[in-house]
Design a protein around this ligand. Structure first.
Ligand code: IPE
Ligand code: IPE
Ligand code: MG
Length: 245
């Protein structure tokens, strides 16, 4: 039985989030520059997106560039932004053919003009697609997002549009950039690092975490299936208890 056949399609997570990590280390292993690793990570993105769409997963969020990643060399940042524009142009047809809707979370205004324009264009083009929503986290960090939400809630409270007693977990969720999405049930991180790196802190409160040593350019459909199977074998208790005593 193949890994794909072992997946129970009636028990799929609705939303999978991925921290795509390890491009630089993969490149180093080949004796190449970091940028070479990013270029070779594009295939893993394509494989993951198509695997998610084929399985029937509704939301896939990919951590592509963090707020902290701006601190990398100009060469690397520019290469990543150019790669984004190039990949969006190259993949637009595939997004349409597979009815994949592209959206983003993060500080879109912080992106260079070319990247922002291409992103907006692709989001508009795919806006009516409905099979899978692909969310790119770009210039994203959870602390940035929560700070923005707090500012909005504080302003609305000051103006009297929100009462102090209306502030609850649901209202906070609605002010995050993930407002219209279910929280991820599964978070995958590649490259053998066991940390969250400022990603979706609020939304992963009850997510199942899955870590693999594979570096991102090595990540294939089979690895995605393995993560889903692992998730399906977890006992999700949400603080409750199965047995009475
Ligand atoms: C992930 O790979 C891609 C981005 C963060 C943009 P890295 O570039 O972080 O690769 P490592 O972790 O240095 O190997
Ligand atoms: C997290 O990876 C960000 C992305 C995958 C875009 P990093 O490589 O930036 O995170 P750290 O530095 O290992 O925490
Ligand atoms: Mg890294």
């Amino acid at each position: 039985m193949s890994l794909k056949e072992k997946i129970d399609t009636s028990k799929l997570p609705q939303h999978v989030a991925v921290i795509m990590d390890g491009n630089g280390r993969w490149a180093k292993k080949q004796g190449m520059m970091r940028v070479f690793g990013h270029q070779n990570g594009v295939k893993a993105v394509r494989d993951t997106v198509t695997a998610a769409a084929e399985l029937g997963i509704k939301f896939l969020t990919l951590y592509a560039f963090s707020t902290e990643n701006w601190s990398r060399s100009r060469l690397e940042v520019n290469a990543l932004m150019e790669l984004l524009v190039k990949s969006l142009a190259a993949e637009a047809k595939t997004l349409m053919e597979n009815s994949i809707k592209l959206t983003m979370i993060g500080d879109i205004d912080a992106l260079p003009d070319g990247a922002r324009t291409k992103l907006q264009e692709t989001m508009q083009l795919t806006a009516n697609n409905s099979r899978l929503t692909l969310v790119l986290a770009l210039s994203y960090s959870s602390k940035w997002e929560i700070t923005e939400a707090v500012k909005k809630i504080a302003a609305h409270t000051k103006e009297g549009m929100i009462k102090l007693n209306d502030i609850n977990a649901e209202l906070i969720s609605k002010h995050l950039s993930t407002a219209n999405m279910p929280d991820p049930e599964l978070l995958i991180r590649t490259s053998g690092e066991y940390r969250i790196s400022n990603f979706l802190l609020w939304q992963i409160a009850y997510a199942e975490l899955y870590f693999t040593d594979k570096l991102w350019p090595e990540f294939e459909k089979e690895d995605f299936y393995a993560a889903i199977i692992d998730y399906q074998n977890r006992d999700r208790r949400f603080g409750g208890a199965k047995e009475e005593n």
